[in-house]
Design a protein around this ligand. Structure first.
Ligand code: FAD
Length: 291
C-alpha cells in the first residue's frame, strides 16, 4: 500500500488551504472530502471579510478554490474518512468504501459538529451504532436498521442499506423530502433522543416513540473528533491545539472550525496553512531520525 506524506481530511477552506500549501511544499498529499466542497462554506450569501475576494458569496469562493486546486493539479479523493488510527510512525485511515489508506501525518479539517452524541451513542459504538453504511451493512444482513441522516447526501447510503438489510427506517434531520431509488424505506419525521439496549442496541427512542432496531447508522457531515481519531484531546467539540496547530498526537494537526471559535473562513484558511507547514516540519524531523 502506498503511503501519502500528508492525509488532509475535509474540503472546506481549512483543508483546501492546507492542501495548497502542502502541494507547494512538494509533499505527496491526499485530500479527502466532497468534490462539491464544503456545503457550509457555500451557505453564505454574502461574505464581506475575506481579503482578495471583496463582496463575494460562498458559492463564488468555492469556485475560486476549485480553480486553484485544478491549477495546482490537486485531486479530491471523494471518500469519507471514518477512523484514523495511530500505528507508531504512520497512520491508518479507514475509508467509507471499507478500504484502508496510510499516511505519515494527518491534518484534520472536518469542520465542527454541532451538539453532542446521543445518549447511548458512545456506549454502543460497534455494538449497534455505526457511522458507515458501506462498512457495516453486511453485519446486519436481513435485519431491521435505522438511519439518522444529517443531509440528503445520505440517501444513497440508505438505498444501499435497503439492498442488504431488512426494513430500513430513515430519520432525516433536514427539511427536503428524501428521495430513494429503493421502495419501502420508511421515512420518520421525529427527533431522535436516545439509543437504548443492554449489551447491544435494541431500540431508537424518539420524542414520540421507541423503534426496535438492530443498528442505528448515524450519518453526519462530520463526526465528533474523538470518534474519528481515538485518543485525540478535545475541549468539548473543538480539538485542542497549540499555535502551530499541533494536537496531543504527534503527527496529527488540526485547522479551521474543528480547532474552535471563531468560525470564520479566513481563520480556517490561515490555520490550514499553519497546519500544513507544521506537518512538513514534522515529516522533516521524522526523516532526520531515520538517518
Ligand atoms: C450561513 C453561513 C454564513 C457564513 N458567513 C461567514 C462569513 O460571512 N464570514 C466568515 O468568515 N465565515 C462565515 N461562515 C463560517 C464559515 O463557513 C466556516 O467558518 C468555514 O466554512 C469553516 O471552514 P472549515 O474548512 O473549518 O470547515 P467546513 O467548511 O465545515 O468544511 C469541512 C469539510 O470537511 C468535510 N468532512 C467532514 N468530515 C469528514 C470526513 N470524516 N471525511 C471527509 N470529509 C469530511 C465536510 O463534509 C466539509 O466539506 C458562515 C457559515 C455559514 C453556515
Amino acid at each position: 500500500m502506498s503511503r501519502a506524506d500528508i492525509a488532509i481530511i475535509g474540503t472546506g477552506p481549512a483543508g483546501i488551504s492546507a492542501a495548497i500549501t502542502a502541494k507547494v511544499r512538494n509533499k505527496n498529499i491526499v485530500l479527502y472530502g466532497s468534490r462539491d466542497l464544503s456545503q457550509k462554506m457555500q451557505a453564505a450569501e454574502e461574505i464581506l471579510n475575506y481579503p482578495g475576494l471583496p463582496r463575494t458569496s460562498g458559492k463564488a469562493m468555492a469556485a475560486a478554490f476549485e480553480a486553484q486546486l485544478k491549477d495546482l493539479g490537486i485531486e479530491i479523493t471523494e471518500k469519507r474518512v471514518t477512523s484514523v488510527y495511530a500505528m507508531g510512525d504512520y497512520f491508518a485511515l479507514q475509508l467509507s468504501d471499507n478500504t484502508m489508506a496510510e499516511a505519515s501525518s494527518v491534518i484534520l479539517a472536518t469542520g465542527v459538529v454541532a451538539g453532542h452524541p446521543y445518549p447511548g451513542e458512545e456506549q454502543f459504538l460497534g455494538r449497534g451504532v455505526s457511522y458507515c453504511a458501506t462498512c457495516d451493512a453486511p453485519l446486519y444482513k436481513g435485519k431491521d436498521v435505522t438511519v439518522i441522516a444529517s443531509s440528503p447526501a445520505e440517501e444513497a447510503e440508505a438505498d444501499y442499506l435497503a439492498e442488504v438489510c431488512g426494513h430500513v427506517r430513515y430519520l432525516p434531520l433536514y427539511r427536503e423530502q428524501p428521495k430513494f431509488t429503493h421502495a419501502g424505506i420508511e421515512v420518520i419525521r421525529e427527533k431522535p433522543v436516545e439509543i437504548t439496549g443492554t449489551t447491544r442496541v435494541e431500540a431508537l427512542k424518539t420524542e414520540q416513540n421507541s423503534y426496535p432496531t438492530s443498528c442505528v447508522f448515524i450519518l453526519r457531515e462530520a463526526q465528533f473528533p474523538a470518534q474519528l481519531v481515538p485518543g485525540i484531546e478535545t475541549d468539548g467539540t473543538a480539538v485542542k491545539a497549540n499555535l502551530q496547530m499541533c494536537t496531543n498526537l504527534p503527527g496529527v494537526f488540526v485547522a479551521g472550525d474543528l480547532a474552535g471559535q471563531p468560525y470564520q473562513y479566513i481563520k480556517s484558511a490561515g490555520q490550514g496553512n499553519v497546519a500544513a507547514i507544521s506537518a512538513v516540519s514534522y515529516l522533516a524531523r521524522q526523516a532526520r531520525k531515520n538517518l
